[in-house]
Design a protein around this ligand. Sequence first.
Ligand code: FES
Length: 328
Amino acid sequence: MEVSILPLHRTLDVRAGDNLLEALRQHEVPVSYSCMSGRCGTCRCRIVSGNVLMTGATDTNLPASNGQTVLACQATLIEDCVIEIPEVDEIVTHPSKILKATVAGIDDLTHDIKRIRLALAKSFEFSPGQYASLQFTPQHVRPYSMAVTANDGEVEFHVRLVPGGRATSYIATQLKVGDAVRLSGPLGTAYLRRKTSDPIICVAGGTGLAPILSIVRGMAESGMNNRVHVYFGVRSPRDIYGSRWLDELKERLPNLTTHVVVATAGEPGPYRTGVVTDAVNQDWDTLKGWRAYVAGAPVMVDAASILLRHKGMKAEHVYADAFYSSGV
Ligand code: FES
């Protein structure tokens, strides 16, 4: 039985019943993956012709056919087919792990956002923009985006405390330096694409700034000199944070421009006011040929994604995860 791989024009000899991701790895086809359990979305590819059987996600195995997007790690090969693999030159393979961590620091970034720094016993490989699941206790488990890069030693997360939120109440009232945390990851497909010189827009809402900081820090680390505009939207001036880090990054990345947009400024002040997506809309007639990273509350992410495509950006160049760093 054969599987043809686009755009590589390679044909693999496989057996019925083989897992698609395993088959691709065995034949050294460049494919991204992390969790190997259908959670992270990194191994997504498209069925061009033929059928595969989707396993794992539901109790019933369902066939997936022409045009459908599937997770390679959850697909069983059942007949000859043609598969398209995205971004063969931007492969990330950081097998997901469960790691023991210790809280190394907790500090306030704003009135309701805390920075949590974790020290890890073993190295944790991830791409800028990815996230991890943090288990504080068996009852308190939440996904949060890394705000730093894998080379920074400690990992850092930004957590907005939500009144009545179970995990965030625990973080606010009980978590302390020295506590043990289980970290599982990395997860997520909205990671920094390093092999492009396309101009970039980053749109962050609230603690969505964390993965955007990671991405821009990753750009600086890799010596990327793409033109990049970061839009950071907050509810009010007291929700602004990270200005110092963004200023430091501007010194390292001369092509970086930042825009802080405050929804309700109250008194007239130095800030641009309004909705962050409206600011992007006002500033750009076209974004054809650009790429975007978007993180924040789901409603903002959806509005930004629609706007960016409307401005001419290719849908596959708008990177946002199904998990949004909303801080709930
Ligand atoms: Fe397939 Fe994560 S590797 S979904």
